[in-house]
Write a protein that binds this ligand. Structure first.
Ligand code: GLN
Length: 544
């Protein structure tokens, strides 16, 4: 195909309508029709990236292979498309301004006054087109964060307006996602907020080509006619997006509504063939028809907000489908671990995952939980901080190293079994300076992880500053905790496990960032399987 086509996804009426899922679903359908598609997210906040944001602000920080700390929507893109994203797929206002200001300091603007229009808008346009110009994609979908009418979105909307004009008809279109609320007192769906939001978009010089309407009830024909007429879109371009029981249903719902067809038509691309969704639909079949149901505890300190552990939750869905089992994730606040919770709650679970995290809050609860699952043979997966806590627990309670700790929590610990990485010691800036992105890891042949991955060399994504302290390795291994994965170049320990336990694995990396519908992560698949075995053993009398 000659030139890349662009699709801009804007949002109106309210935030949290699921632009990311709509964008990912459309991308899935286009990909399933043979178009190489990628998605980009533009975020209007001033942080250079979400790496410095607390998960309570915007949920999980997702990490790409090339070490970008990004919005969690990129996780949906990768999970749906099974294609890697990169630094270029997430751009924030902070990043745009940083780059324009650096250019100004280098004198690149040759004495001009630097302004929002054209300098900021030019930078935005350039960032949007980087993916298109790479030649790797037929279609680039760019999701504009925020809601139209927000002050902070204005430069993005203006950049989109200019690009639509520059690229011309059939090369770039706008999909506007809005809410059609249901007023229960009147018993009616209301179109007015959508009309207003389309009008706001028009005031910025942009006409929506397609309307996707989030709704709790089916849109009647009359209502669709009304929306088409008042919002200036073709009748077939009014797409209903009704609440779904799982986000993985949305691509098929959009297919039924014809979102991909009308999109291709507007882009003057062939749309006759049907999308090839066999594998996707097999996954949904397995996901919806589990043979067993298990309960896994997720111990973390951000459990009040589900988005904080998005990729972990989705990985359980993929691994559950693979094992034909429904995984119920039970949230356990690491600050609220008591002996009662251990005996009445954790004892009854089929597996425990101790989550990643930063700082001291809740770590003693994590350590106590790990001791309990270690002593009671409950399958365990520790991720990043969870792995570090497993090392601390083992050092304290098996080796007897009293007050062993990570120097992140206690600078004066007599036994710093987890310590700041050497290359981190001189770092003063917090943004983008962790050990990030994909790193190689070699696995010991006689280990759980080697059996799980089925290969010796793997690559996984990281996001941390602290590491297993190799000074304690001999002692820890002699006592029974084995380091079974390490970085081939530096010897950094990446995996620990307990051969004497039915299934106890801690990983310094984040397997959850690489689990997709097409490729459920082997470590989650194996952990769910171990939990299922634990469940079956516990219930062997009743299951027989
Ligand atoms: N706080 C720990 C570190 O920086 C763990 C980080 C994490 O769990 N992502 O090493």
């Amino acid at each position: 195909m000659a030139d890349t086509k662009y699709i801009f996804v804007t949002g109106g009426v309210s935030s949290s309508l699921g632009k990311g899922i709509i964008a990912a679903s459309l991308a899935k359908l286009l990909q399933a029709r043979g178009y190489k598609t990628t998605i980009q997210k533009l975020d209007p906040y001033i942080n250079v990236d979400p790496g410095t944001l607390n998960p309570y602000e915007h949920g999980e920080c997702y990490v790409t292979d090339d070490g970008a700390e990004t919005d969690l929507d990129l996780g949906h893109y990768e999970r749906f498309l099974n294609v890697n994203t990169s630094q270029a797929n997430n751009v924030t206002t902070g990043r745009i301004y940083q780059s324009v200001i650096e250019k100004e300091r280098r004198g690149e603007f040759l004495g001009k006054t630097v302004q929002v229009v054209p300098h900021i808008t030019n930078e935005i346009k350039e960032r949007i087109q980087i993916l298109g110009k790479s030649g790797e994609f037929d279609i680039v979908i760019t999701e504009i964060g925020g809601t139209v009418g927000d002050i902070e979105s204005l430069p993005y909307i203006e950049a989109v307006r200019q690009l639509l004009w520059e690229l011309g008809d059939n090369n770039a279109i706008v999909i506007h996602l809005t809410l059609v609320p249901y007023l229960s007192a009147a018993g009616e769906l209301k179109t007015k907020p959508t009309q207003h939001s389309v009008k706001t978009l028009m005031e910025s010089g942009i006409k929506a080509d397609i309307l996707v309407c989030r709704t709790e009830h089916d849109l009647s024909d009359d209502l669709r006619d009304k929306l088409a007429l008042f919002c200036n879109v073709k009748r077939e371009a009014v797409i209903q997006s009704i609440d779904a029981s799982t986000i993985y249903d949305v691509p098929n719902m959009m297919l039924e509504e014809g979102l991909d067809r009308v999109t291709l038509q507007k882009l003057a691309l062939p749309n006759e063939t049907e999308p090839e969704l066999t594998n996707w639909n097999q996954f949904i079949q397995r996901h919806k028809n589990p043979k067993h149901e298990i309960h896994i505890g997720l111990v973390g300190k951000y459990v009040e907000l589900q988005d904080s552990y998005k990729s972990i939750l989705e990985s359980f869905i993929h691994a559950g489908a693979e094992n034909e089992v429904k995984v119920n994730v039970e949230y356990i606040h690491s600050e609220h671990i008591t002996e009662k919770i251990l005996k009445e709650k954790i004892a009854g679970l089929d597996g425990i995952l101790v989550a990643p995290g930063f700082g001291e809050r809740g770590i003693e609860g994590k350590i106590r939980t790990i001791q309990y699952v270690r002593e009671n043979n409950i399958p365990f997966l520790g991720i990043c901080l969870g792995m570090q806590m497993a090392v601390i627990e083992f050092s304290r309670n098996v080796l007897g190293l009293q007050n062993a700790n990570s120097t992140e929590m206690d600078d004066n610990t007599p036994y710093p079994v987890i310590d700041l990485m050497e290359e981190q010691k001189d770092i003063t800036h917090m943004g983008g300076t962790m050990r990030l992105g994909a790193w190689k890891c070699s696995l010991e042949e006689n280990s759980i992880v080697y059996r799980v991955y089925g290969e010796k060399e793997i690559s996984e994504r990281h996001r941390h500053r602290y590491e297993f302290n190799n000074k304690f390795k001999e002692e820890i291994e002699a006592a029974g905790m084995k380091a079974t994965g390490y970085n081939p170049d530096t010897g950094l320990v990446e995996v620990v496990e307990l051969p004497e336990h039915p299934w106890f694995v801690g990983v310094q990396y984040h397997p959850e960032y690489k689990s997709t519908v097409a490729n459920p992560h082997p470590l989650f698949v194996a952990f769910v399987k171990a939990a299922l075995n634990h469940y079956k053993e516990k219930n062997s009398a009743t299951l027989a």
